[in-house]
Design a protein around this ligand. Structure first.
Ligand code: SF4
Length: 59
């Protein structure tokens, strides 16, 4: 689970959908602060599917 900083436009959608995994940084972009939680949290996939610029990659 990674956020591509070259693509993220800082819309905050992923941090709203899955706050246990994604947080907005001071740089105005989302960061996957707890990617390991994606094993148990279906909201990770929801966030990835909802990202308008497809910046969230599930590995
Ligand atoms: S949903 Fe996508 S564009 Fe929006 S903050 Fe998250 S990673 Fe960035």
């Amino acid at each position: 689970m990674t956020v591509d900083g070259n693509l993220c436009i800082g819309c905050e959608l992923c941090s709203e959908i899955c706050p246990d995994v994604f947080e907005m940084g001071d740089d105005g972009q989302a960061h996957a602060v707890h990617p390991e939680k994606c094993d148990d949290l279906p909201c990770c996939n929801g966030a990835a599917e909802s990202c308008p610029v497809e910046a969230i990659k599930i590995e």
